[in-house]
Each structure stands twice: as C-alpha cells, then as structure tokens.
Write a protein that binds this ligand. Structure first.
Ligand SMILES: Nc1ncnc2c1ncn2[C@@H]1O[C@H](COP(=O)(O)OP(=O)(O)OP(=O)(O)O)[C@@H](O)[C@H]1O
Length: 472
C-alpha cells in the first residue's frame, strides 16, 4: 500500500538545499526515524515530472550499505510537492565535518580519509556496475552529499537526482553552487560519464585533506583553466605519499587514463589499505563483541544474584517459622511436664485415699479423669463424661488449625488417643515430643547451613561482579 503523509510525523527541519527542504520524520507504524526531502514540482513540465518520478523509482533499487536508502515517495497534488523518503543519517555530512576542521584549525585523520575513499568507491561500484547493465551516475558528488552514520560510515546521498534537477528546469535555475568539482571533460562540453564521478571523488578526497578544493579561482574562466591543466598543490605533507598518489590518479585530466572503479579497487596501495581497514574493523567488531559478551555475562550474573537473594529471603522466613514452631513445641512440652507432675501427684493422693478404704469421699473424684477414679466407681453406673480444659474438644480443634504441620497432626492424634484412653501414657507422649523437637532442630540446622551456602554463593557472585567491573 502506498504511503501517505499521515503515516509520518515531522520531527524537525534539518536544512534546505537548492532543490528543497529536508525534514527529519518519524514513521508512525514503527517509530523509525527517516528523512523526507520536499520538492516543489509545480513549475516543472510534464516530461520533467515523469523523469523525476522514474529517477526516484530507480533510486529505490539502489540498496547498498554505503548508499542512503530510498524508501518511498509521496506526491501531494494539492500543493504540487513530491516528498522523497529516505534513510536518516545521524552522523551529519562531510561538508559540515570539513568546515569544522577549518574553523578549529585541525585536520582529518589519514585513516579516516582512506576509509572514506574505500567506502565511496564501494558505493560507486554498486551504481556504475549494475546487474542490469544500466549505470547510475551520481553527477553531483560533493562533501555535502556524503553523509555519515553513527559509526562514521559513508552513506552516499542525492544519487542520480542531479541528472533530473540539473536539467533546464526551475530547479536548475536555482542552482547556485560553484562547480569546483566539475571535470575537465565537462568544462570542454563533453558528456558526463562515470569517470566524471571519479574526478569528483578525487576533488572530494583532496578537500578532506587540504580543507579546500584542489581548484579554486575567483572566476569561472580561471577555474576552468586550472581544471583543464590539472593545476593544484600537493595535499598537506602530514598525509602519506600513498594517499597523495591515489588522489593524483583520480585527478588525472585525461579521461582515458583516469582509473575506473575496478582500477581503483585493484590498485596495490588501495588493496593494502583495504586489508588494514578490514583488520581494524574486525578488531573493533571483535572488541565490541567482547564488550557485548561481558555485558551478557554481567546481566546473567545479576539475574542469578537476584534469584539467590529471593532464595535467601525464603530461607530466612522459613527459619523464622521454624523458630516459632519450636517455641510452640517447647511451651507444649512445659505444659505436658506440668500435667504429668500433677497426674503423678494425684495418683499418689488417690493411692493414699484408696488405702484409707472408707469410700465416703466419692464426690472428691467427681469431675476427674476416669483413670483417677478407677476402682472407686460402681461398675454399673454410667461413665462420667470427663472434660479437661486443656485437651478438650475445643483445644483439639485449635490444634487442628495447624494441621498442615505434621507435628501438630501427630500431637493432636496423640492427645486424642491418650486422653480418651489413659493418662499414664504421658511419658510416651513426652518422648514423641522430644523426638519431634530433635527433628525440628535438625531441620533448622539444615536450613541454616543452606543460608550459609547462599551467603558464600552471594559473596562469590560479588567478587565476580567486582572482577567484571575491573575488566571494564
Ligand atoms: N538522509 C539524510 N540524513 C540526514 N541529514 C540529511 C539527509 N539528507 C539531507 N540531509 C541534510 O539536510 C540538509 C539539506 O540537504 P539537501 O540535500 O536538501 O541540501 P544540500 O545537499 O545541503 O544542498 P544542495 O541541495 O544545494 O546540494 C543538509 O544539512 C543535509 O546534511
């Protein structure tokens, strides 16, 4: 589906050139930043408009890592404007970089100039040597059309548009730039060819080193003369002879002797430099891959630390729970001990009473557990229901509230069975309690060692983390 203006949000105006205004835009569908170039076509003839559209369509086929990617075009008939949508290059353009150096009295690094040469040649090869045999010529190579991405890689822009726009159109009339980069064949009214692009590239590389074009003059006639005899000074001595040699080859006045794209790429100096650049790029990408893996490692470590912390928290709360339960068991044991003592005291007392043998004090045993009144009651009389405050039904229910805990279940069972049968089994109960207490203590000890292990792990993680930071 063709794009419409509504598919984009204008972020800001980047700048205006001879043919229109460039704006930074955001594609609403995915938030991607792009650029559109607005060009007014109201004064163009029908055939010129047709040419512009077919040229833009051709640009869409140019897909190369060092060429600004063209995405789409929108024609707004209501205000006779064509919007050419392309890749946004956030590193600015070479013209800005060169004027910054001029302003600050600095020079561009030689390695950077070689990188530009190799990447520009690679972009030009894509256009000059198309699979369908139809070469696309740039026709307007200049620093302002060499964009940079965030990694300072070349993005050749405004490809081919010049052919349409330099035509005798309203656009051509507004063209005000000085043709510093015009090749000798163009000065001599010959047709533009791919070697003219190579000449312009030579001028651009020269300007990157000298911070001014190779041929300058105060008027067009003098400029033409200089261009035609190839009269220019050597690039500053800070740059190598290799670089000077290559630039002078590109600025060869004789078009036949000027190297083609293939000649440049096969030049031993360029090959050597290309290999060096490859090595540097590989080292850089290996470096960034190493940094990436360190980041992944650090991230992984952070996740593990978080997991450990959670486990530690869990263990701590478990430990607290165990301590509470231990306290409860201790309390119960104390109560059992007290009851046991009471029972023994009452048994002794009952033995004393039974030995006195008068049987007049039956009421004395009323309300006591059956085991205390055994041998005293009339066997035919119904058994008296006995209720102990502490271990009555109500209390059993309270124990059942902790039924998730095995010990409490066990204790409830023990209490129920013991008190419904015979209280003399208090001692067994006491032993069960003691065994359980021991088991609880063991569990607590195991939990504590787990926490210690976790602490050790955490300490280890901290040390590794610190080592990581030291690495970075
Ligand atoms: N794809 C892009 N990404 C980022 N900035 C861009 C892009 N295309 C153009 N610009 C910037 O937009 C501004 C206007 O560019 P434009 O191409 O319209 O004019 P120019 O190249 O500066 O001049 P002329 O059109 O006369 O050659 C420039 O500052 C340019 O750097």
């Amino acid at each position: 589906m063709p794009s419409t203006l509504d598919d984009f949000e204008v972020i800001e105006t980047i700048g205006s050139g001879s043919y229109g205004t460039c704006k930074k835009i955001k594609r609403k569908r995915d938030g991607k930043f792009l650029v559109w170039k607005e060009m007014e076509y109201g004064t163009m003839t029908e055939s010129e408009k047709q040419m512009l559209v077919s040229e833009v369509n051709l640009l869409r086929e140019l897909k190369h890592q060092h060429i600004v990617r063209y995405y789409d075009r929108i024609i707004d008939r209501s205000n006779t404007t064509i919007y050419i949508i392309m890749e946004y290059c956030d590193g600015g353009d070479l013209a800005v970089l060169i004027s910054k150096c001029r302003r600050e009295g600095t020079y561009l690094d030689e390695d950077f100039v070689w990188k530009m040469l190799i990447q520009m040649t690679s972009a030009l090869k894509e256009c000059h040597r198309r699979k369908n045999g139809k070469a696309v010529l740039h026709r307007d190579l200049k620093p302002a059309n060499i964009f940079l991405d965030s990694d300072n890689n070349v993005k050749l822009g405004d490809f081919g548009l010049a052919r349409v726009l330099h035509h005798e159109t309203s656009f051509a009339k507004t063209f005000v730039g000085t043709p510093y980069y015009m090749s000798p064949e163009l000065v001599n009214n010959m047709s533009y060819n791919e070697k003219s692009d190579i000449w312009s590239m030579g001028c651009m590389l020269y300007e990157m080193c000298a911070l001014h074009p190779p041929f300058t003059a105060s008027n067009q006639v003098d400029l033409n003369k200089k261009i035609c005899i190839g009269d220019y000074k050597r690039i500053p001595s800070r740059y190598s002879e290799d670089l000077n040699t290559i630039i002078s080859k590109l600025l060869c006045v004789e078009v036949q002797k000027r190297p083609s794209i293939e000649n440049i790429l096969a030049d031993p100096i360029v090959l050597r430099r290309n290999r060096k650049l490859d090595r540097v790029e590989r080292r850089n990408s290996a470096g960034s891959a190493g940094t990436e893996s360190l980041h992944t490692w650090e991230e992984e470590l952070r996740k593990r630390e978080k997991k450990l912390e959670m486990k530690e928290k869990e263990l701590k709360s478990h430990e607290r729970e165990l301590a509470i339960r231990e306290k409860m068991v201790e309390d119960k044991l104390k109560r059992i001990e007290l009851l046991s003592k009471e029972h023994r005291r009452k048994s002794d007392l009952s033995r004393d009473v039974s030995s006195s043998g008068d049987g007049d004090d039956l009421d004395f045993f009323d309300g006591l557990h059956p085991c205390l009144s055994r041998g005293r009651r009339d066997p035919d009389s119904p058994k008296k229901k006995v209720s102990f405050d502490m271990y009555g039904k109500e209390n059993l229910r309270r124990h059942e509230r902790y039924s998730d805990y095995n010990l409490d279940n066990l204790l409830s069972k023990v209490y129920t069975s013991k008190y419904s049968s015979d209280i003399k089994d208090y001692d067994n109960l006491y032993e069960v309690e003691l065994a359980k207490r021991r088991e609880l203590k063991d569990r607590l000890f195991r939990a504590k060692s787990k926490v210690t292990d976790l602490h050790d792990l955490k300490l280890d993680a901290h040390i590794r983390n610190r080592n990581l930071l030291y690495f970075r």
